[in-house]
Design a protein. Structure first.
Ligand code: ADP
Ligand code: MG
Length: 301
């Protein structure tokens, strides 16, 4: 398939809804029968930890990046058709990881899953920039808040410099009384408006429940918006519930086959065998590109 299947979910400012977007776009597509992997590329933060049961000994993306485990070992089933790759949260472990290994992780997941979503950290650190260039497309997430919109320009710039492509803007936590139109915000950033996700208290409740919002409150306004976004983005036929009476399309959207375990079973890592001098050079080049992108961004006024 030649269309975009690996998305980086990125933002300039933290706390704008990246993880919520990653989890719910992924789950909406999984419910529609697509095989999905979501990856906590926001290293050091426990973004996905609430959705998978981890013990302190659990294998995470850290172990994969450190070369101590295969990606299959760090893949946890979230629900039918969807797995999560959580990052570790210990700063000690973090110091030993090499973000460059993410390229192999993404390549491997790309070959095993229909869609891969990378939950990228906010800001301009090295591990933030790398995924922007690895993804087929970057989804820029922002709230309508001026500071968040402003910080989005940094992410646009970094994506550009890391050779990535921004698909467009997802505006989250929108309110009907906003004094600037959503289109106008996207116009200012000179990117297409891909979708708007309304403010919905169920979003926070779903996090406490450890359940994706689209499952927790399938017919709610934010869930409907995430399903619509998933459909618009990928062209996949994602049923969008129409009413708030629980009679939405969700009931008949159960995928016929549940493939995650099967997908996981074939996830035997080949990464260790495929390391060639070419790969090493490529990674070094990518590292240099990213480093100079960060330096340029940091020196911006
Ligand atoms: P990020 O990953 O960018 O840091 P999160 O997805 O963790 O952001 O969201 C930050 C907070 O905002 C969380 O408490 C989340 O539940 C809440 N939130 C996200 N989207 C919405 C929404 N549409 N309505 C209300 N609260 C939301
Ligand atoms: Mg997050």
């Amino acid at each position: 398939m030649s269309h975009e299947t690996v998305y980086a979910i990125a933002s300039g400012k933290g706390g704008v809804g990246k993880t919520t977007t990653t989890v719910n776009l992924g789950t909406a597509l999984a419910e529609a029968g697509e095989r999905v992997a979501i990856v906590d590329a926001d290293l050091g933060m426990a973004n996905l930890a609430g959705f998978v049961s981890l013990t302190p000994d659990s294998i995470t993306l850290y172990d994969v990046l450190a070369g101590d485990a295969s990606i299959d070992d760090a893949t946890y089933r979230l629900a039918d058709n969807i797995v999560a790759v959580p990052s570790g949260t210990s700063l000690d472990e973090y110091a030993e990881t090499s973000p460059e290994g993410l390229r192999e992780v993404v390549d491997e997941l790309r070959s095993q899953f229909d869609y891969v979503f990378l939950d990228v950290g906010a800001g301009i650190s090295h591990e933030t920039v790398l995924p922007l260039g690895l993804a087929d497309a970057v989804l820029l997430v922002s709230t309508p808040e001026p500071a968040a919109v402003h910080d989005s320009t940094k992410t646009l710039e970094l994506t550009d410099r890391s050779g990535g492509t921004v698909a467009g803007l997802v505006l989250t936590r929108t309110r009907p009384d906003g004094d600037i139109s959503h289109e106008e915000i996207a116009d200012r950033l000179e990117v297409p408006l891909l979708g708007t996700i309304p403010e919905d208290p169920a979003a926070r409740d779903s996090v406490y429940a450890g359940t994706p919002l689209v499952v927790f409150e399938p017919d709610g306004p934010a869930s409907a918006a995430y399903r619509r976004l998933a459909a618009d983005l990928t062209g996949v036929d994602v049923p969008v519930p129409t009413g708030g009476d629980g009679s939405g399309a969700d009931d008949d959207s159960t995928p016929a086959d549940s493939a995650p375990d099967q997908a996981g079973a074939t996830a035997e890592s080949t990464a260790a065998d495929s390391e060639t001098d070419d790969d090493t050079d490529g990674r070094q080049a990518a590292h240099d590109d990213v480093s100079s992108a960060i330096t340029e961004a940091e020196s911006d006024p």
